[in-house]
Design a protein. Structure first.
Length: 141
């Protein structure tokens, strides 16, 4: 996945005569099948990944879930101690729930364009959600 990101440099910033490159990729993911008792199902997921091109260091992996009601659930606001990593198969993040400290989540977007979230309680897998994603162009303002 990082190779894909490296090929899509979205912005070059000039500062003090040196070039700083950021690699930014934005994905939109389709709705997942809601649970039978889900009164406000998720209809879209938006993912933004930013990597410093010079050292391949993640500085953002933002995931927002949009519910049918219009409410937005931002993983970066729900989870603390977030970590980011990448390998040949996927770009990933993990974090600990702010409200429920024994709940952790791992999210990955893989090279076949799927976003996978796994939720764990006390180290035990509670569930996995898989969504199909596509790269989207961000609008310029």
């Amino acid at each position: 996945m990082k190779k894909l990101l490296l090929t899509s440099i979205a912005a070059l910033f000039l500062a003090t005569g040196t070039v700083h490159a950021s690699i930014v990729e934005t994905y939109e993911c389709g709705a997942t099948r809601p649970a039978d008792n889900d009164r406000d199902p998720i209809v879209k997921i938006k993912i933004g990944i930013a990597i410093s091109a010079g050292d391949n260091h993640f500085y953002a992996f933002d995931v927002d879930h949009y519910a049918a009601s219009g409410k937005v659930y931002s993983r970066q606001e729900q989870y603390r101690d977030r970590r980011f990593w990448s390998n040949a198969k996927a770009d990933s993040w993990s974090g600990v729930s702010i409200r429920t400290p024994n709940l952790t989540m791992v999210g990955s977007i893989n090279s076949s364009g799927h976003y996978i979230e796994k939720k764990f309680r006390g180290g035990r897998l509670l569930g996995t959600t898989v969504s199909a994603c596509r790269v989207v162009e961000e609008e310029s303002h």
